[in-house]
Design a protein around this ligand. Structure first.
Ligand code: NCD
Length: 314
């Protein structure tokens, strides 16, 4: 099997053949989900704990559903009401959980690097569901599967990633993944929302939407992450939409059959015009959500196989 990883902490650690293995399996799960034929016993006997230290709607629901579809016992830890409020450290929480012998640990945390740290302290396979501005690997994988299904391939595409790149773990994981699969990446953002040194990742950098979108096969919009800004990054939301919001006029610069993506949650009228988001001929936003469940099923299946093999060898 060409999936060697013990944890899914970031795209950074995955080789192109591992990405392809995971996407191929996720493709079969996407079809199984449509026909209601997912193998219910795949994760039977395994315990999955979801620990979300940051709010989430779709990611947590998606991981929960993915585990249940494959027969895992799934528990959601309410981190808002947990002992963390009483001053327990992340590591103590992790060690407490570890003593309960979970097999799969899904973690979202506001600090970059927190999930990697946790993975070093526990015996379970750890999946990063987003850590600070660092990585969100399952989002990049579901985006990749959505692109591959819509465009028929995942290489030599021109992909524009637009908006608040500076605060976005989604952008970071996508830049890494799409780069590994040899695509042409174009980053479009106002200078205040473009991270310094980003050109080192091999992407082209634009501050103008029309120039950046020119000839793109894929247009990926990002949310303005106000909760990560300490003021002053944009003049106003109205001005931002005028210059960087995706509307029909700006989208016309991309290829006529370019697809429009957004990881959600969306701010309509800020980074994207509602009519574009709802246009079923252009927008694949709902498909992204659908592929999210399939990708998480594949990720947990592959990690569980490696976990079982390790335990059998021990
Ligand atoms: C993203 C996240 O949490 O990083 N959302 C998601 O997982 N679908 C993007 C965002 O918050 O804007």
């Amino acid at each position: 099997m060409t999936f060697r990883a013990r944890h899914l902490l970031g795209i950074e650690h995955l080789a192109p053949d591992e990405i392809t293995t995971l996407l191929d399996l996720a493709d079969t799960y996407a079809e199984a989900n449509r026909s209601g034929t997912a193998p219910r016993d795949r994760l039977a006997g395994l315990t999955q704990i979801n620990m979300f230290f940051e709010n989430s709607t779709r990611t947590q629901a998606s991981f929960e559903l993915a585990g249940k579809r494959l027969g895992a016992d799934v528990m959601n830890m309410g981190m808002q009401t947990s002992s963390l409020k009483k001053g327990e450290t992340l590591i103590d929480t992790a060690l407490t959980l570890n003593a309960m012998h979970p097999d799969l640990l899904v973690v979202r945390h506001p600090s970059s690097g927190a999930v990697d740290l946790l993975a070093q302290k526990v015996n379970a396979a750890v999946l990063n569901a987003g850590d600070g501005r660092h990585e969100h690997p399952t989002q990049a994988l579901l985006d990749a599967l959505t692109i591959r299904r819509a465009r028929g391939r995942l290489h030599r595409l021109s992909i524009a990633i637009c908006g608040d790149i500076a605060h976005s773990r989604v952008a970071r994981s996508n830049i890494l993944l799409l780069g590994k699969m040899e695509n042409r990446i174009r980053l479009i953002a106002p200078p205040t929302l473009m991270p310094s040194g980003i050109a080192d990742f091999g992407a082209e950098v634009f501050t103008d939407m029309r120039a950046g979108l020119d000839g793109a096969d894929v247009v990926m919009m990002l949310r303005l992450q106000k909760e990560r800004m300490d003021g002053g990054f944009i003049p106003s939301e109205r001005e931002y939409f005028h210059r960087y919001g995706l509307d029909a006029e700006k989208l016309a610069y991309a290829k006529p059959d370019a697809i429009v993506m957004h990881p959600g949650p969306m701010n309509r009228g800020v980074e994207i015009d509602g009519t574009i988001a709802d246009d079923i001929n252009r927008s694949v936003i709902q498909t992204q959500v659908e592929m999210g469940v399939a990708v998480r099923m594949a990720a947990m299946d592959l990690l569980a196989q490696n976990l079982r093999a390790d335990r059998a060898a021990a």
